[in-house]
Design a protein around this ligand. Structure first.
Ligand code: ADP
Ligand code: MG
Length: 635
């Protein structure tokens, strides 16, 4: 046995040390102090909360509120550990609606800083008391000090007595950035409170209270930038005791980092794995790889069915029925994003002249009640031979209809009006309540004028110029059709007259062997004809016109890299997306005006058609106003 000293005796830690240890969990940096103090101010029912920061918060964090205040007798207790006014029993904890309940924050903070609290619970501004905690026993000293109704807590010299923790503090700029982020979260959680943030005597944010939609959007714009709100869609949905509302960024407005993602559960900001997963799933289909969506979302539910006592900083929550919450979030967002298609609204334009359909296809009886933009397709469907581009139309139609055996949905035949009218681009409305379409009005994307370098379609609508990326738009349309078709009936297979033999790598051969079922479910029939040869026997009927080699290589590669993925649907959709890319109009393909118009009409009918399968935008609008600006007209 090695030599040992006497067995150490067990002793109770002095309160300051115990608090300092507890502080390790909640007090990481000035922003965590700010967060705890702001939460206390909210819990006190404040209407105005002012935050003053010096030197990134390392020198001073002061939070001043006009809440209920703390009575003289309670003051020493406010700084004591495990002392709270917010819960009394375990039952209270289960349905807790205040942000705090652990009774630890002030005790922890005061053990690692110089904390001073001044409060007045009466309406007499000459009254009030100051308290500071001192010494190892942390006994509190109370003395009179006038203060208007409410509370001010000043935290100076954070970690002055804990050098090990001080070392982890970063530059003033970085620390303040964290403080500002904490402020943003809090200010986004309570629109009915006026918020002020100052740094080194300069006002950084001043946000007046206001709960109207316009006031909320103003606040979001000043906290997250105008861009955010301009590219977001308002969502509101309620089901089964759950309510979600807020703003979700359009997929084309994604970011390189996962900042600007705010999720509140009953007013508490959370970063929850379940929430993150549901959001990721919902955007899966529409987001460019590696990009992150932006959102400010509020979930409200009965406090009894969510446990907030999971983590000391309370950033995580636990839902009693997590499956249901996940499904609710996913389906609400999915729905909202699916509604992103061209629509007839552009905020900045007033009355502009109605658009006349261009001449092609307009040769229909003038008193016919059918809207012009439908007549357009009608005329073409009746007799493409009348048009100069008839032969090309016929060829294009054949190609297109090979992709869409469902004749009624074909690109160039007349369509009944969409059951759901296109939704205005940025109208803040629940996606479930789509406005009725006005059948006599011009279509949202207007009428084609021509093609630019074989890549873009130029069109004219009520607001001005519409530019469409032909390939991206078509890709989305094909993809959505394939998904619908697959959901309805599975993929149709078409055997090849003569099987095509394909030189393949060992990896590709192995994939064919191991992923047989997935391959078959895609309507592909592949055989292994040798260690380095594959035989293509059948192709999806949808794609009989496509290049089989490129298609199969990409399908196999995707199958191989998805590995043991469980998300069959995700996999199928991703594969469909690859297929759609192969099956859609390539750049440099000449289209007639009728073909272009048919594509525009298809976009208007197709869900998610505002962005291609990779999340790139499919179209953009240049308003007359914007064009006038370009040419300095009327200035
Ligand atoms: P908790 O918030 O978990 O209760 P804290 O240590 O943050 O614990 O605060 C302790 C108690 O001090 C609170 O329960 C509350 O009664 C009182 N308190 C703290 N800050 C304020 C404030 N700004 N206004 C009124 N009371 C406050
Ligand atoms: Mg608290």
């Amino acid at each position: 046995m090695s030599e040992q000293g006497p067995t150490p005796r067990i002793h109770v830690l002095d309160p300051r040390l115990a608090n300092q240890i507890a502080a390790g969990e909640v007090v990481e940096r000035p922003s965590s102090v700010t967060k705890e103090l702001m939460e206390n101010a909210i819990d006190a029912g404040s209407r105005r909360i002012e935050i003053e920061i010096e030197q990134g918060g390392t020198r001073l964090v002061r939070v001043r509120d006009d809440g209920i205040g703390i009575g003289e007798d309670d003051l020493p207790l406010a700084l004591a550990r495990h002392a709270t006014s917010k819960i009394e029993s375990l039952e209270d904890l289960e349905g807790v609606s205040s942000l705090g309940f652990r009774g630890e924050a002030l005790a922890s903070i005061s053990s690692v800083s110089r904390l001073e609290l001044v409060s007045n619970a009466s309406d007499d501004p000459t009254r009030g008391f100051r308290v500071v905690a001192e010494g190892r026993g942390m006994e509190a000293r109370v003395a009179p000090a006038p203060h208007p109704k409410g509370t001010s807590v000043a935290v100076r010299d954070l970690f002055f007595n804990t050098p090990a923790r001080r070392k982890f503090l970063r530059t003033e700029k970085t620390e303040f950035a964290h403080v500002e982020e904490a402020f943003r979260r809090q200010a986004l959680s309570r629109y009915d409170v006026t918020w002020v943030l100052r740094h080194n005597q300069k006002t950084v944010h001043q946000l007046p209270a206001g709960d109207s939609a316009a006031a909320r959007e103003r606040r979001i714009a000043s906290l997250l930038g105008k861009n955010f709100i301009e590219h977001a869609r308002y969502i509101e949905r309620e089901a089964g005791g759950l309510k979600m509302s807020g703003w979700v960024g359009l997929p084309t407005h994604s970011r390189a980092q996962a900042d600007q993602q705010y999720f509140f559960v009953n007013g508490r900001v959370v970063r929850d794995r379940l929430v993150a997963h549901a959001v990721r799933q919902a955007y899966r289909d529409v987001l460019y790889n590696g990009r992150h969506p932006v959102f400010v979302l509020y979930l409200e539910l009965d406090p009894d069915v969510v446990d907030v006592n999971v983590h000391p900083t309370k950033y995580e929550v636990r839902f009693r029925d997590s499956r249901m919450v996940h499904d609710f979030l996913y389906s609400s967002l999915h729905h909202c994003l699916a509604a992103s298609r061209p629509a007839d609204a552009s905020a900045d334009d007033d009355a502009l002249p109605a658009v006349e359909a261009p001449t092609a296809g307009a040769d229909v009886a003038p008193d016919e009640p059918t809207p012009r933009w439908q007549q357009q397709g009608m005329a073409l469907g009746e007799g493409p031979a009348r048009h100069p581009g008839a032969e090309r139309v016929r060829r294009f139609m054949q190609g297109y209809q090979a992709l869409h055996p469902d004749h009624e949905e074909s690109l160039l035949t007349p369509q009944p009006p969409a059951e759901q009218s296109p939704q205005p681009h940025q109208v803040r409305e629940a996606p479930v309540a789509m406005p009725e379409s006005d059948p006599t009005s011009a279509p949202p994307l207007g009428f084609a004028l021509g093609q630019l370098h074989g890549i873009y379609i130029l069109a004219q609508n009520a607001h001005g110029l519409v530019l469409v990326d032909m390939h991206a738009a078509h890709e989305r349309i094909v993809y959505e059709r394939m998904k619908n078709q697959m959901a309805r009936q599975g993929v149709d297979t078409q055997p090849l007259l003569v099987p095509v033999s394909l030189a393949a790598s060992g990896q590709e051969v192995a994939t064919v062997e191991s992923e047989h079922e997935a391959i078959a479910s895609l309507g592909l029939e592949l055989d292994v004809a040798g260690p380095e040869t594959l035989l293509v026997r059948s192709l999806p009927a949808l794609l009989s016109g496509a290049d089989p080699e490129g298609l199969i290589r990409e399908v196999l590669e995707e199958l191989a890299s998805f590995g043991q993925s469980h998300q069959v649907e995700a996999r199928l959709h991703a594969l469909l997306s690859t297929m759609a890319c192969h099956g859609s109009v390539r750049a440099n393909r000449r289209l007639t005006l009728d073909e272009m118009n048919a594509l525009l009409r298809d976009m208007e009918r197709t869900e998610r058609s505002d962005q291609c399968n990779h999340g790139r935008p499919t179209w953009t609008q240049m308003s007359m106003k914007a064009l006038d600006k370009l040419f300095l007209r009327g200035q």
